[in-house]
Ligand binder design. Structure first.
Ligand code: AMP
Ligand code: GLY
Length: 420
């Protein structure tokens, strides 16, 4: 008898996890809550919001699932994994105390400082009237972070002193405190680490494209595209990141009364000498990083996630394919500001396969309404290519994207440019 799995969330990341789970020989059926039009086509969607912890627990019990895979951070911070484990339902994703690594940037900084993990220096600012000296401790560019879950929008990195001052003042007014960080120069990469108290495994490093515009210009977004493996994370860089960042964190998290069981997303900054430091932690899979890393896992995804949820990863290490993956996000008009929703999506969204590889559409903000496909969010969908080289993967992803139409939509034409 195959396993029954519930995936919590409704974005591109959850569509990618659902595809990976359905490709797992051990899986019989996948439920998704709330899901999107992409998951509706291959799994069973349920109308329960990702952040509705009680509703998700009730659904998992009703469906009698073997495993819950939690996509976004909010239900983790809200205690979904704690509640599921209390009734013996295995959950992939940390308990609420572990989720504080993402829930509070200040807390995460303190843990890193305690463990001597390389990261940017930080100052706490609480007085909005007396900033003149404080703001120039490191000078330009200024990195200012609100200590709230803000979906990637609580951070300002700017060379404009007035903009930095304004953001500091409004943040102190609303939150009582804001963090000023030392600017780290270098190239970013995302390292997704699956861990439990028995061990950890790093997925191939990927690179996101956080700015809305080509050449990494414009406003920050949730991520406009990604690719993996990212060559900036050479074997030497990965080895340093593992010994200086992942191992101490894993040892610490495994020593806690309730160990960390899930994905730790390490946002790395790699300087010119190949020295990695931590920009941020997330306590979940990245979006869109998942779309380019999960397809590179060649062993049974469900067995892997279940092993982590049950604390026996060391006996269930995954294997990886040697392929490359690249995904391009199609965003709605207005994004990353308020997006125009409810527009018709047309074209050929079916999988494309040729001798070079394959391409397919990951849905994110989509829904079937009155029998037609419409947009419901800022990041609407992503076109993902998988091939034996990065340039072929890119070609396939962009080719597939030309077959989809959404009025007013925009996407970056340079995904992968740092590697190609
Ligand atoms: P965060 O939400 O902390 O990941 O910040 C969002 C983005 O801001 C990161 O992906 C980086 O591109 C940038 N950023 C954050 N902190 C720093 C830093 N200390 N130095 C340079 N860039 C940063
Ligand atoms: N792509 C960035 C994130 O998932 O936080």
């Amino acid at each position: 008898m195959g396993r029954t799995v519930l995936v919590v969330g409704g974005g591109g990341r959850e569509h990618a996890l659902t595809i990976g789970l359905l490709d797992s020989p051990s899986v019989a059926v996948v439920h998704v809550a709330p899901g999107n039009a992409g998951t509706a086509g291959i799994a069973i969607n349920h109308n329960v919001a990702a952040g509705d912890v009680e509703g998700q627990v009730a659904l998992a019990q009703f469906l009698d699932v073997d495993l819950v895979v939690v996509g976004p951070e909010a239900p983790l911070v809200g205690g979904l994994s704690d509640a599921l484990r209390a009734i013996d339902i295995p959950s992939f994703g940390p308990h609420s105390a572990g989720a504080m690594l993402e829930g509070s940037k200040d807390f995460a900084k303190q843990v890193m400082l305690d463990l001597n993990i390389p990261t940017a220096g930080v100052q706490h600012l609480t007085d909005e009237t007396d900033l003149d000296e404080a703001i120039d401790i490191w000078g330009s560019p200024w990195v200012v972070k609100r200590d709230v879950l803000a979906g990637g929008k609580g951070v300002v990195v700017t060379e404009d002193r007035t903009e930095a001052l304004d953001f500091i003042q409004t943040s102190i007014k609303s939150d009582g405190m804001v963090l000023l960080e030392e600017f780290l120069a270098g190239e970013e990469a995302s390292m997704l680490v699956m861990m439990d108290e028995s061990g950890f495994v790093t997925l191939p490093c990927s690179q996101d494209h956080k700015r809305v515009g080509e050449g990494d210009l414009g406003l920050n977004t949730g991520g406009m595209g990604a690719y993996a493996p990212a060559p900036v994370a050479t074997e030497a860089v990965r080895a340093r990141a593992i010994s200086e960042i992942v191992e101490p964190m894993h040892a610490h998290l495994s020593s806690l009364e309730i160990p960390y069981r899930g994905c730790l997303y390490v946002g790395l900054m790699i300087d010119d000498d190949g020295a990695p430091s931590v920009v941020e932690y997330n306590v979940r899979f990245g979006d869109p990083e998942t779309q380019v890393t999960v397809p590179l896992i060649s062993s049974d995804l469900c067995e892997l996630l279940l092993a982590v949820a049950e604390g026996r990863l060391a006996d269930s290490m995954p294997t990886f394919s040697t392929h490359h993956a690249l995904t391009v996000v199609l965003a709605a008009e207005g994004y990353p500001g308020p997006p125009v929703k409810g527009r018709l999506i047309t074209g050929d969204l079916s999988d494309y396969v040729d001798s070079n590889g394959r391409a397919f559409i990951h849905h994110a903000g989509t829904e079937i309404s009155d029998g037609v496909l419409i947009s419901t969010g800022g990041r609407v969908l992503a076109s993902t290519g998988i091939a034996s080289s990065l340039s072929e993967a890119r070609e396939l992803a962009y080719l597939k994207l030309t077959e989809v139409q959404l009025e007013g939509a925009h996407f970056r034409r340079d995904i992968g440019y740092k590697a190609l």
